[in-house]
Design a protein around this ligand. Structure first.
Ligand code: ADP
Ligand code: MG
Length: 621
């Protein structure tokens, strides 16, 4: 059976593991035995691509040719420079994933095409979708996106019979997550989840660097020298950051440490830093940050309607939980000693491998129940506003709802003869709609021109296990429907061509990584086609045949666009669907193509509605 890799794609570090004989094992770099791959990508002066430690090592010398913490940018439509190239965040992540997949292929002695990838529980849909995209670009079929704390809890409590309630505290380099997980008779359920996507060891490094700069300035001004300008020199700034991080790590094991950096540049001056840091100095610097994590812990407990005394266990995950102050603070606030038995750096990848094994059908005996990290809802008119000019957020699926989740709510038209409704979808916790994140919208058109104000429109949200939201609006009067799958939030341009974008990304990555990535991705695509779930490359080929009229220009007709969307949806559920359903979907796709070519609009609409219903039903299953 083909193994499914478990990958912790971290902000700072990434790890790959696999389940063997019911037990997860971390896979090391076959060349040097390293089990942690720094999530860093760079280009050396000769134009060679560097990944991991090699890239991290040059970060001090060539910060402008090194990309770190790309995970913070996932889900944003930006490009980052890397030497001559410009890469999207998923492209950079794909380089990291491909490197891990290569380690695994060398270790296992076979090609690997499937993976479970973890994300912070707080990641929104755009960030999750960007992570999937990164996997596909790396030639991996991403069989599941799993929340990091959920994965961690899977490793810690194998097969417990009585109910256990566990708090997972994950403090890494870039993100903080806390979740409360319930385990019982092989069922894992996340009861509550909170976090901060901008809190972690990176922040501690920055704080400590400022402290080092202050000390350097202090000693210089003591000598009556001019003020320092360390910001002008990126290499100096990067060296100080590196020194700060190393000192921070040492302070986890020692109560004080010496920091010595010679020949730092400030303008045309050489400076020498020599100082001693106390652990207590460092603790004082990070105290406000740790206090913020405790506030998240309190909120998670509140959401789970629990008090600290009801927790059976507290698990520490993430490199920054090695800081003694973290476990001390938690021990004091939660009145119990946290567990850190399983290496906090590897825990999440190990859990992802357990999840991969479960999906592959191996005997592990546990099921996951995930929750929605944010409330999902729509924009509506404020009924308390007599002027009817303000809008508010109307929640549909509350935060913490177990996945998969389906909820519907009925709303009303705003005036007589309203012919169209725009359903705007947001996620967040504020009643003020603008303070939440807009993740997309949907137009419901052709409503009855005779319907009075207040006619019912029902809106149904379905969130699947990967956190992807399907929204369907139905006009109760005419039966008119509209549906949309919101995956990439606001960033999805309606007219973008995913197949073409994918090819362009592949090309750019191919140029950087050489033939090997393309070859590896090519292998996975062929294998993927033979199996139930085709990889993105197979999908791209499918889409290309819809797209391309006998070697001509891309077909821009709306029906073809819709067919392309439907086809992509079919590919997404194909793996889970029964044979009969697959046959029916394929038949409908063929008929749709015929109807589109013959320009039978009515027929096309009718078939599309049938396929949409089938897809909706399959998605819920
Ligand atoms: P992420 O999940 O964000 O990729 P990790 O869980 O790998 O991050 O944690 C990385 C962070 O842990 C870095 O900021 C690193 O400096 C920090 N870290 C690693 N070891 C220690 C240590 N011994 N003491 C303090 N911090 C540490
Ligand atoms: Mg992590």
């Amino acid at each position: 059976m083909e193994p499914i890799l478990g990958i912790d794609l971290g902000t700072t570090n990434s790890v790959v593991a696999v389940l063997e004989n019911g037990k997860p094992r971390v896979i090391a770099n076959p060349e040097n035995g390293e089990r942690i791959l720094p999530s860093v990508v760079g280009i050396d002066p000769a134009g060679e691509l560097l990944v991991g430690t090699a890239a991290l090592n040059q970060a001090v010398l060539y910060p402008e040719r090194t990309i770190r913490s790309i995970k913070r940018q996932m889900g944003r439509e930006i490009e980052v420079p890397l030497g001559e190239s410009r890469l999207s965040p998923p492209e950079v992540s794909a380089i990291i994933l491909r490197t891990l997949a290569r380690w695994a292929e060398a270790d296992l002695g076979r090609p690997v095409t499937k993976a479970v990838i973890t994300v912070p529980a707080f990641f929104n849909d755009s960030q999750r979708e960007a992570t999937r995209q990164a996997g596909r670009l790396a030639g991996l079929d991403v069989v599941r996106i799993v929340n990091e704390p959920t994965a961690a809890s899977l490793v810690y409590e194998p097969n417990c019979e009585q109910q256990q309630r566990i708090l997972v505290y994950d403090l890494g380099g870039g993100t903080f997550d806390v979740s409360i997980v319930s385990l019982e008779g092989g069922v894992v359920e996340v009861l509550a989840s909170h976090g901060d996507t901008h809190l972690g060891g990176d922040d501690f490094d920055q704080l400590l660097r400022s402290e080092l700069v202050d000390r350097l300035e202090g000693s210089e001004s003591g000598r009556g020298a001019a003020p320092l300008d360390l910001r002008g020199d990126v290499a100096t700034a990067a060296r100080l950051l590196r020194a700060a991080e190393e000192a921070k790590k040492r302070l986890s094991f020692e109560t004080f440490t010496a920091v010595r950096e010679e020949f730092l540049k400030s303008g045309d001056r050489d400076l020498h830093l020599e100082t001693e840091l106390e652990r207590s100095d460092f603790e004082e610097l990070i105290e406000p940050s740790l206090e913020r994590t405790i506030q998240c812990v309190d909120r998670a407990l509140e959401d789970a309607r629990m008090h600290a005394g009801q927790l059976d266990r507290v698990i520490l995950v993430g490199g920054s939980t090695r800081i003694p102050a973290v476990s001390q603070l938690l021990a004091a606030r939660l009145e119990q000693q946290p567990s850190a038995e399983i290496d906090p750096d590897l825990c999440v990848a190990l859990g992802a491998a357990v999840q991969g094994g479960l999906i592959a059908g191996e005997q592990v005996g546990r099921v996951l129940v995930d929750i929605t990290p944010h409330t999902l809802g729509i924009r509506v008119l404020d009924s308390h506003d007599p002027m009817r000019s303000t809008t508010i957020f109307a929640p549909i699926i509350p935060r913490r709802t177990p996945l998969p989740a389906i909820r519907s709510e009925t709303f009303q038209t705003a005036y007589d003869g309203q012919e169209a409704v725009e359903v705007e979808v947001f996620q967040g916790e504020s009643r003020e709609v603008e303070r939440n994140q807009r993740i997309g919208s949907l137009m419901l058109e052709d409503l009855s021109p005779h319907a009075p104000e207040g006619s019912p429109i029902s809106v149904r949200f379905t969130v699947n296990l990967n956190g992807i939201v399907e929204v369907r609006a139905v006009d109760r009067v005419t039966g008119q429907q509209a549906a949309a799958r919101l995956q990439r939030g606001t960033e999805t341009a309606a007219d973008s061509d995913p197949a073409a974008q994918h090819r362009a990304s592949q090309e750019r990555l191919g140029n950087l990584l050489g033939e090997s990535l393309l070859a590896a991705a090519g292998v996975s695509a062929t294998e993927g086609q033979a199996q139930s779930e085709p990889s993105e490359l197979a999908q791209a080929a499918n889409q290309a045949d819809v797209n391309q009229q006998e070697g001509g220009e891309p077909d821009e007709r709306p029906a073809i666009g819709e067919l392309r969307t439907l086809r992509a949806k079919v590919e997404r559920v194909r793996g889970q669907a029964s044979e009969a359903d697959v046959q029916e979907m394929d038949l409908l796709l063929t008929k749709l193509r015929e109807a589109a070519d013959a320009e039978h609009e009515e027929e096309f609409k009718n078939l599309a509605a049938q396929l949409d219903d089938l897809l909706f039903y399959l998605d819920e299953a």
